[in-house]
Design a protein around this ligand. Sequence first.
Ligand SMILES: C[S@@+](CC[C@H](N)C(=O)[O-])C[C@H]1O[C@@H](n2cnc3c(N)ncnc32)[C@H](O)[C@@H]1O
Ligand SMILES: [Zn+2]
Length: 284
Amino acid sequence: MLEDAIAVLRCPVCGAGFQTGVGQVRGLLCASGHAFDAAKQGYFNLLTGKGTVFEADTADMVSARQRFLDGGHYAPLSNAVADLAAQFLDSPDALVLDAGTGTGHYLHAVLQKRPVDAIGLDISKFALRRAARVNPQVANIVWDIWRPLPVADGSVDVILVVFAPRNAVEFARVLRPGGRLVIVTPRQGHLAEAAGRTGMLSIQQDKEERLAGSLGGHFSLEHSEELDIPLTLDPGTLADLAFMGPAGHHRDPVELAEQARAGGPVSTTARFSISVFTLGDMPS
Ligand SMILES: C[S@@+](CC[C@H](N)C(=O)[O-])C[C@H]1O[C@@H](n2cnc3c(N)ncnc32)[C@H](O)[C@@H]1O
Ligand SMILES: [Zn+2]
């Protein structure tokens, strides 16, 4: 429930907990009186100060992502992620944190399998508008994952990171002992044919060692699986796929759509790696 998720949030100014109850309709109020408005779409903005140096996904990028994900092309991935995460969310008071929740698509799949308490963090308010509609029972929070997370120590059973930044120190702090970090990354050759057609930035592959390295010795790999999804994409879908990623920040959508149209449908393969980490040192 939203109330239970809010109970584990911490004020980013003073670290106190927030009041739960009717006040949430208008915003969150901490025990020391720091107040954060609720957006009318239902998410909360806890980012204070100057904002962030990171470039948030735009409304157009979020719409492209939504159309692509709603098309079901990555359904095998959301099923696999939900199956894995569900294994670690079997207690009735379990809590899942989706870091970089985007439009809330993968978190939705998890919550359909296990309707537990959940927090979604993202830096893009456009993404969270959608996430708040898809997952209204989730505490959807505008936040920068590179800052200390506004979440209590040792309060989370599963952290989900699907193509989003990884703040290992903070992930380790907020996980409960025995908690799991579930990470989805692209493998070498991910969408290579589609990238060739649209000039998408070639996707930086996250080799296993690189992934482990980025977790800074805070986590040990427990399980890893590969998932390949063959796709045949029409030009409109291809353009959405390109635009929902980093290309969306610097490419003109009309030009991208024209490029995608040249040559008809494209066959390509999405190549993912899904890894589960537990707290503790990596064996050297
Ligand atoms: C590639 S999208 C993935 C979104 C979602 N997990 C999905 O797979 O549909 C990356 C997401 O991370 C968010 N993001 C990027 N940098 C961030 C940061 N520093 N803090 C919070 N969110 C961030 C973006 O706004 C975007 O929604
Ligand atoms: Zn406070």
